[in-house]
Design a protein around this ligand. Structure first.
Ligand SMILES: [Zn+2]
Length: 253
């Protein structure tokens, strides 16, 4: 098949693919939110879309459904351009995706969030949906701390510290967008953001009080260390990690 993206396919070919064994459907869940003065607001959605496409290609029996490109970004609303869904809205969207996709004969429905604010609402929705649809498998990778940890370890291998890698628009995400869409990156605006500890406490504070409580430019980490080469490595290694998790049946906690 030329494409695994269902939005580029027609119903006839989608139906045939499912009959031919493409029983898994994967959906990226990103956001539309500020990513510092240098990255586009579509950053998380772009990364989710590409990662899920690579995962689908690797699994060989999977199609990709339209990426959900808006998420729960309340903590970024003080910055212009951020569009945020209420948790109940995102949950409703995830539910409607599941309800639609299960009708077509998929046996596995898998959500891959790339934006921190989406992890919990997806986790709750998927758990409830699994009870409603016991005959199919509904999965999501929703362990945010582990996601960050894996990213930090890849960064460490590239001599990038945890603080520089950053949780938002830092070295990691800036490298990824340089690799995926360099034309959308404002390199002349690279400047370090918050470079302190980013543990569970800080992340909770971000969600409660908003990004300006830690950074007035909306950046956690240091984009000045970013490179296209690193971006390729981050994307490829995260994809490898997620494929392993999917093959294990996915970790939900
Ligand atoms: Zn992001």
């Amino acid at each position: 098949m030329k494409t695994l993206r269902m939005e580029e396919m027609n119903w006839v070919d989608i139906k045939k693919a499912i009959q031919d064994g493409f029983k898994t459907v994967i959906i990226g869940v990103g956001s539309t939110e500020q990513h510092g003065p240098h990255l586009p607001t579509q950053t998380d959605a772009l990364i989710a879309d590409v990662m899920v496409n690579l995962i689908a290609q690797n699994l060989k029996n999977a199609l990709q459904a339209r990426t959900i490109s808006v998420g729960c970004s309340e903590h970024h609303l003080p910055f212009s351009g951020t569009i945020s869904l209420k948790k109940s809205t995102l949950k409703a969207i995830i539910n409607d995706y599941i309800e639609s996709l299960q009708k077509h004969g998929f046996q596995n429905i898998i959500f891959i969030p790339t934006h921190g604010g989406n992890f919990n609402p997806i986790k709750e929705t998927v758990e409830q949906a699994q009870v409603k649809y016991p005959d199919i498998k509904i999965l999501a990778f929703t362990d945010l701390m582990r996601f960050m940890d894996v990213q930090d370890k890849i960064a460490a291998g590239l001599n990038i510290t945890v603080e520089e890698a950053g949780g938002h628009a830092g070295e990691v995400e800036t490298s990824e967008v340089l690799f995926l869409a360099e034309n959308l990156v404002k390199k002349e605006r690279f400047q370090p953001g918050y470079l302190g500890i980013l543990g569970k406490e800080e992340i909770e504070m971000l969600f409660e009080k908003g990004m300006p409580s830690l950074t007035d430019i909306g950046v956690l980490g240091d984009p000045t260390k970013a490179s296209k080469e690193h971006g390729k490595i981050y994307i490829e290694k995260m994809v490898e990690f997620l494929i392993n998790e999917i093959k294990k049946g996915l970790v939900r906690d």
